[in-house]
Every structure is written in structure tokens, then in C-alpha cells.
Design a protein around this ligand. Structure first.
Ligand code: URA
Length: 240
């Protein structure tokens, strides 16, 4: 990789801002290939240089994977002229790393959203051929029953022409309002809302709780994120 400014390299890890990187350099806390640097304007090749920050080796990651607990009110997009996007929930350093959402959640849907800059793996995970399961918790108006479960399992044909693959519907609570888990292997536009509306039980609330074997990390408050661990990314690679 080409040489980059040290403040950019440090900021790309998400641990420090560029300003903090500058301060670290001024305080003699950055060593590159054994040489103390005094300015974060200096450049290094992040792939080959041994960069030590505050006594610890900096692990530069070309690819970043983030799990976001998406709140309602944000678009699953990288930019929008009008509405806030999920990128607005990330710190500036990460916004500069070309992250994009791996699939979309509706503006009012909450829960697990992955963001990455690793295009090939992200697209492989989204490919309908891969059968990567996504699990959603939903609350609907109306009483869900075994006929709804059978319709989901069979693969619904919607009046608007959408032919759905077989999907899972596990009823958690049946009443005037019902709760259920929906498992999809595809992700068509508003799919769960359309499927449940076709059953006469419109969605009141939708939250993704699992995707590609990853559970929504409940230690993340709505709107906050964490990096995936190396093991979690490795497991994603094994899926495709
Ligand atoms: N299905 C929907 O209807 N909306 C989502 O956000 C995800 C799945």
C-alpha cells in the first residue's frame, strides 16, 4: 500500500481522531520502524511499517467490520440529501473508511446492521444463493396462527407479484397483537411487512436480531456500535 500520513493511519483504526494522533506524536508516543516521530504529518506504509503507539504495536486493518444496533429514524444508506443515515452514527474517523451497510433495514426497523468496506465478502453474504439466514423479531396487529406459519413455510406469492422463498414464522405470543420471530434467507424490499400485510396482520414493530450467525450484541445500546472480533469475521468468511 502507498504511504499515508500517520494521523490518517491512526484515525483509521477508530481508536484515535486525527487531532489526538497529532498530540500523541507531539508527546513522543509514536515510533515508526524504531524511530521516534514528532509529527503525525509524517508518512508510513501501514502494511509494512512497524508502528508503535503508546508502547503497543498498531494493527492496521484494511478491512473493517462493524456491528451497529440501528435505531429507528436512520436510512441504511451512505448518504442522503434529507434524512440521517446509519453512517451518521459512526465517528468521523470511521466515516472516512468507505463503510457501507451490508443489506438494508427500513428506516423504522431497528437492530443488527453490519457495516464494512470489504465489498467482496459483503456481496457474497447478500447473494440469495448463499442462503444466509436473517432473523427478525416482530410485533403485528392481529392473531398469528398455524395457517400463517404454513403460508410462510410454503413460500408466499404476493398479489404484487413478489414470489417469496420459504421462510420461518415462530409465534412467541398470539393475541390481538402478536409477537413472532421471522427467519428469511433473502431480503426483498419491505419483505416482512409485505408478507405479514398479505396475511392481514400488519407489522407494528420490526427488529433484526440475528444475521449470518451473528446475534445482535445486547450490550450495545441503540445507536451504538462495536467492531466485529477477528473470530466473528472469520466465521463470516466460512459462510461464503
Ligand atoms: N423486512 C422488512 O419489511 N423490513 C426490513 O427492514 C427488513 C425486512
Amino acid at each position: 500500500m502507498a504511504k499515508q500520513r500517520l494521523d490518517k493511519i491512526l484515525a483509521s483504526t477508530g481508536k484515535w481522531s486525527r487531532r489526538e494522533a497529532g498530540e500523541l506524536a507531539r508527546h513522543g508516543q509514536i515510533v515508526v520502524d524504531g524511530v521516534l516521530v514528532r509529527s503525525a504529518d509524517e508518512k508510513a506504509d501501514p502494511d509494512t511499517a512497524k508502528i508503535i503507539v503508546k508502547g503497543e504495536r498498531l494493527e492496521y486493518q484494511a478491512f473493517i467490520w462493524v456491528m451497529l444496533n440501528k435505531p429507528a429514524g436512520y436510512l441504511s444508506a451512505t448518504e442522503d440529501g434529507r434524512d440521517a443515515t446509519v453512517l451518521d452514527l459512526l465517528p468521523e474517523e470511521l466515516q472516512r473508511r468507505n463503510l457501507f451497510p451490508v443489506g438494508r433495514l427500513d428506516k423504522d426497523t431497528e437492530g443488527l446492521l453490519l457495516l464494512t468496506n470489504e465489498g467482496i465478502l459483503a456481496h457474497a453474504l447478500l447473494s440469495p444463493r448463499r442462503h444466509v439466514d436473517k432473523v427478525y423479531y416482530t410485533r403485528v396487529a392481529g392473531r398469528l396462527d398455524a395457517v400463517d406459519c404454513a403460508a410462510f413455510a410454503e413460500g408466499m406469492s404476493l398479489a404484487d407479484g413478489l414470489q417469496c422463498q420459504p421462510a420461518g414464522l415462530e409465534i412467541l405470543k398470539a393475541g390481538e397483537e402478536s409477537e413472532a420471530l421471522v427467519t428469511l434467507r433473502e431480503g426483498k424490499f419491505h419483505q416482512i411487512k409485505r408478507m405479514l400485510a398479505a396475511r392481514g396482520k400488519p407489522v407494528l414493530y420490526l427488529e433484526r436480531i440475528q444475521m449470518a450467525g451473528l446475534e445482535l450484541d445486547r450490550t450495545l445500546s441503540r445507536g451504538s456500535f462495536r467492531f466485529l472480533t477477528g473470530k466473528e469475521v472469520e466465521n463470516l468468511r466460512k459462510l461464503v
